[in-house]
Design a protein around this ligand. Structure first.
Ligand SMILES: Nc1nc2c(ncn2[C@@H]2O[C@H](COP(=O)(O)OP(=O)(O)OP(=O)(O)O)[C@@H](O)[C@H]2O)c(=O)[nH]1
Ligand SMILES: [Mg+2]
Length: 319
C-alpha cells in the first residue's frame, strides 16, 4: 500500500527539558539516551540547541519510514528563546511539510505553566490555528506500574491520567475556546524509561506507542515552507518600544534640522535689513547734501550770518 510507505515527518516541540530528544530516540527504536540518537540532557540545562532531524523507521520497524525532527526547548530566557525560535522557523521551512507535531509534556509536573502557554501560543501563531489538527500531546515520565498507580490513588487528591489529561484540555479550552480551529488534541503517555520487567509498564508503553502511530497516520501533511517567525507578548512590546524610540530620534533630528534652517533664514533676513538700513542712511545723507547745495554754498551760507551782522553794525555806526 502506497500510504504505508510514505515517510511521516514528526516534529517534537515543547518547553526545555521535558523529554523531546528522549522521545525522539524511542520513536526511532533507539535507547532513550542512545549514542547514535539525539543528545539528551541529564541536568536542568537545555541541551538541544538547534533543529536536528534523523531518518529511520518507527520503532526501527522496516516499512514504517519516519523523519524525527527535534527542536530546542523554549523557556530558557527571552533573548536566547527568540534566536532559537528564529532558527527553528528557518530550519522547519526546509522540511516543506510536517505530518505531526508532538507536544512533549512532563507528567510529573502536570501544571500548564505560563511558559508553556506562551510557547504553545507562539506555535499556533507560527503554524496557524489549523495546526491544531496536527497536534498530539505526549506526556513523558508517567509510570503505569501498579505500584505508582496505587501511590497516586492514595494521595489526598488522587491523581489519575484521565485527570491530568482533562486538566490540560481545560487549559487549552481556556486559551482557545474562541478559536474555531480548536479540535480535541489527542493525548497519550509514554515513559521512555519504563521498567521492562513490569508487565503493566510494558503493556502501556506498547499500547500508547501503537495509539500514537495510528493517530499520526490520520493526520494530513501540513505545508511549512511559508511559515513565519512569531514573537511573545513581551518581545512584541519591546519591539514596539524600539520602533517608537527610533521615531522619537528621527523627529528630534528633523527638529534640529528645522531649527538650523530657521536660524539660517533669520540670519539672512537680518543681513538684508542691515543692508537696507545702510542703504537708507546713505540715501538720507545724499538727500541732505542735495538740499544744502555744493560745499562752497555751504561755506558762504556759513559765513553769511556773521557777515550780515557785521555789515549791519557798520551801517549803524556810519549813520
Ligand atoms: N523517567 C523518565 N525520564 C525521562 C523521560 N523523558 C525524558 N526523561 C529524562 O528527562 C531529561 C531531559 O530529557 P531530554 O530528552 O533531554 O529533554 P528535551 O526536551 O530534549 O530538553 P531540551 O533539548 O533541553 O529542550 C533526561 O534526563 C531524560 O532521561 C521519561 O519518559 N521518563
Ligand atoms: Mg532536546
Amino acid at each position: 500500500m502506497m500510504a504505508a510507505n510514505r515517510q511521516l515527518k514528526i516534529c517534537l516541540v515543547g518547553v526545555a527539558g521535558n523529554g523531546k530528544s528522549t522521545l525522539g530516540n524511542i520513536l526511532l527504536g533507539l535507547e532513550p539516551d542512545d549514542d547514535g540518537g539525539f543528545e539528551t540532557s541529564s541536568g536542568a540545562r537545555s541541551c538541544t540547541l538547534g533543529v536536528q532531524w534523523k531518518d529511520g523507521n518507527f520503532r526501527g520497524r522496516a516499512g514504517q519510514p519516519i523523519r524525527v525532527i527535534d527542536t530546542p526547548g523554549h523557556g530558557d530566557g527571552e533573548g536566547r528563546d527568540k534566536e532559537l525560535r528564529r532558527n527553528m522557523v528557518e530550519e522547519l521551512k526546509k522540511q516543506e511539510t510536517i505530518d505531526a507535531f508532538i507536544w512533549v509534556k512532563n507528567a510529573q509536573d502536570p501544571r500548564y505553566t505560563k511558559t508553556e502557554a506562551e510557547y504553545f501560543q507562539i506555535l499556533i501563531e507560527i503554524f496557524g490555528g489549523a495546526y491544531f489538527h496536527n497536534f498530539v500531546v505526549v506526556f513523558s515520565r508517567w509510570s503505569f506500574s501498579e505500584k505508582e498507580e496505587q501511590k497516586r490513588n492514595k494521595l489526598k487528591k488522587p491523581v489519575t491520567f484521565e485527570g491530568v489529561k482533562a486538566e490540560l484540555w481545560d487549559s487549552f479550552l481556556r486559551d482557545y475556546k474562541g478559536n474555531r480551529s480548536l479540535v480535541q488534541v489527542p493525548m497519550m503517555a509514554i515513559d521512555a524509561l519504563y521498567d521492562s520487567s513490569d508487565k503493566s509498564e510494558v503493556d502501556a508503553f506498547e499500547n500508547e506507542l501503537r495509539l500514537l502511530w495510528h493517530t499520526m497516520n490520520q493526520f494530513s501533511a501540513k505545508p511549512v515552507s511559508n511559515i513565519e517567525m512569531a514573537l511573545t507578548k513581551i518581545e512584541k512590546l519591546k519591539k514596539q518600544v524600539e520602533e517608537d524610540q527610533d521615531k522619537v530620534k528621527k523627529m528630534k533630528s528633523r527638529l534640529r534640522q528645522m531649527e538650523q534652517q530657521k536660524q539660517r533664514e533669520l540670519e539672512l533676513q537680518e543681513a538684508e535689513y542691515q543692508r537696507r538700513i545702510k542703504e537708507a542712511e546713505s540715501k538720507i545723507k545724499e538727500e541732505k547734501e542735495r538740499m544744502e547745495g555744493p560745499p562752497w554754498v555751504k561755506f558762504i551760507s556759513f559765513l553769511a550770518t556773521p557777515l550780515a551782522m557785521l555789515l549791519g553794525r557798520r551801517l549803524a555806526i556810519g549813520k
